[in-house]
Design a protein. Sequence first.
Length: 93
Amino acid sequence: MSASERNAILTEARARRAAWRTRGITDYRVRVAVGCFEGMFAFIEQAARSADVLAVRYDRCLDYPTEIRGDQKVGRVDDWFWTTATGLRPRRK
């Protein structure tokens, strides 16, 4: 992954995290499936700094990451990762 690709992923993650926080959703349910290791926004930032391959998709309405996929080091065995999150429903107080 090039430096500009890494910077683009980090910039988008920061913007989406800020948008998520402005929504003020503090109590919610979400279904998360993980295939090798986890932690959503922080994980995206960490992976963007070190992974050879990283792709992230966000929910269009609520800005949370719905899919994170990558490969830590291309050519190394069993160091790929993926996480999906779907069905987020804010809980009203």
